[in-house]
Design a protein around this ligand. Structure first.
Ligand SMILES: Nc1nc2c(ncn2[C@@H]2O[C@H](COP(=O)(O)OP(=O)(O)OP(=O)(O)O)[C@@H](O)[C@H]2O)c(=O)[nH]1
Length: 472
């Protein structure tokens, strides 16, 4: 209902956007999205067990003026001093993407890879970040709150977003397809337990083990075996019956966290800070989300707060062009908190409804990087005491159990108040979302089941529970 509401309210508030040839940005994005190219520097993810001390301390990009953003020191005069130097859009985009990737690969990153000084892109002297395309302010009256749940394919989009596949699957079909490996593995294991066996202590114990191995978590495993035991103990039971009860119990766990993202537009801009470990899908999710919001008629501004990687800045610019959202960015290595502060001012001046801020990926066990994230949150609060209003954490479903710990730490440091689980397509570990929901009880706003713009959907507990349990 809220989707239609957005559509109605904002259908006449759309801004004109520069037409972007569909093939070029897509080709560029595809290049950027190739893991071997783009995420070489983020393979540090796999090094979750690598002690921080093995990573050279000098790998940190140094911004001399950083201290100006400490808790009590953010005064307007000081901020003038630390405003990040602008990199014009053309200077970021004009070199071929390959060069960016090369530069990024060679550049010393906060994760400790081999490094060069971040001088590949010259910094012009302009004093403040600039917005590529200032949006026309929306003149229509707006509600103070909107609920974001519109699917991209439901509305008219003026900017070509993706080439339409030959056959369009429904959302549920895509979800089922995405979770096929998770549900198949679970189904096979359940099938092997319940072939010609009554429900007894042994089968219950075997089932509990299978559910835990499927990353569903101890709490949910006990819940499912308890429900089965309560009604079917000592009786023959089919795999289908087990799956049905499992789906029902999983839905009970997921129901309370499956909430739509609500934007409080009495804050202008409503600030969404996107955080998470490297490569979990922050930038991609921002692009997908921006597409939904702009399609709903909201004025969205993006901020390239991942100031460590040229490719990340470039990737956000491409999403900005595809979605018609202006992008605020600065030079490589600039202070991310300063960039966030300036982006808020730009969004305020432009009358943006929503400001979505990208951040550099960081491992949750890198204390100094987590401190930097806390600083971004603090600095945003200088502009608007309630900002950031939404702190979204992206979680990579393929990570498995480590995601539980990631949420714990990001929640404590950055005040995460909503989750997006990405890469549920093709993983056998989709069950982790159930364990996270049971433990952290944070709203899960969206799930990602692919790299395309339409592959982000509001999280629906029933659909997810059925898909993972393999129930039709
Ligand atoms: N299969 C699949 N791939 C995804 C999904 N979401 C993101 N990706 C891919 O995951 C990779 C990393 O995505 P990014 O959005 O760049 O991740 P990030 O968190 O911004 O990365 P860093 O800036 O390095 O921290 C890209 O290749 C994306 O296309 C998803 O839901 N499914």
């Amino acid at each position: 209902m809220a989707l239609g509401f957005i559509k109605k309210i904002f259908s006449f508030g759309k801004k004109e956007v520069e037409e972007v040839p569909a093939d070029k940005p897509l080709a560029e994005l595809d290049q950027l999205s190739t893991p071997e190219q783009l995420y070489e520097d983020t393979t540090a993810q796999e090094a979750l067990n690598v002690p921080a001390e093995t990573i050279p301390a000098e790998a940190e990009p140094v911004v001399e003026e950083q201290d100006a953003f400490e808790e009590t020191a953010v005064e307007p005069e000081l901020l003038q001093d630390i405003e990040p130097v602008v990199v014009e859009q053309t200077e970021i985009i004009s070199p071929p993407v390959d060069e960016f990737i090369e530069a990024t690969d060679e550049m010393e990153s906060p994760m400790g890879e081999a490094a060069i000084e971040p001088v590949a892109i010259p910094a012009p002297e302009a004093p403040a970040p600039e917005v590529e395309e200032a949006p026309e302010p929306i003149i229509a009256p707006k509600p103070s709150k909107v609920t974001v749940s519109k699917t991209v394919e439901e509305k008219q989009v003026e900017v070509p977003i993706v080439a339409e596949p030959a056959v369009r699957l429904s959302w549920f079909e895509r979800l089922r397809k995405g979770l096929f490996r998770s549900s198949q593995q679970l189904g096979d294991s359940i099938g092997s337990i319940f072939t010609r066996r009554k429900l007894d202590e042994d089968t219950l114990q075997d089932l509990e083990d299978v559910l835990i191995q499927a990353d569903l978590g101890m709490e949910t495993a006990i819940r499912i075996t308890g429900a089965l035991s309560a009604t079917r103990y000592g009786k023959d039971i089919s795999t289908e019956e087990v799956r049905t009860i499992m789906a029902a119990e999983i839905e009970k766990v997921l129901g309370p966290v499956a909430k739509p993202l609500e934007l409080d537009l009495s804050h202008k801009p409503h600030v969404i800070l996107v955080v998470g470990v490297n490569g979990t899908g922050k930038t991609t999710t921002i692009g997908k989300l921006a597409a939904k919001l702009t399609a709903g008629g909201l004025n969205v501004m993006l901020a390239a707060g991942d100031t460590f990687r040229a490719a990340a800045i470039e990737q956000l610019h491409i999403w900005g062009k595809r979605t018609g959202a202006p992008v605020v960015s600065s030079k490589l290595g600039a202070d991310a908190a300063g960039l966030a502060f300036d982006a808020w001012k730009q969004a305020k001046e432009a009358g943006s409804d929503v400001l979505i801020i990208d951040t550099a990926g960081r491992l949750q066990n890198r204390a100094e990087l987590m401190d930097e994230l806390a600083k971004i949150v603090r600095v945003l609060g200088k502009n608007d005491p309630e900002a950031p209003h939404t702190v979204l954490q992206t979680l990579d479903a393929t990570t498995g159990q480590n995601a539980l710990n990631q949420v714990e730490i990001f929640k404590n440091i950055a005040g995460v108040n909503g989750l997006v689980m990405t890469k549920l397509d093709g993983t056998a570990r989709g069950g982790i979302l159930v364990a996270i929901s049971a433990k952290h009880k944070l709203p899960v706003y969206f799930i990602g089941v692919g790299e395309q713009v339409e592959d982000l959907e509001p999280f629906a507990a029933s659909d997810f529970a059925k898909a993972i349990a393999g129930v039709a």
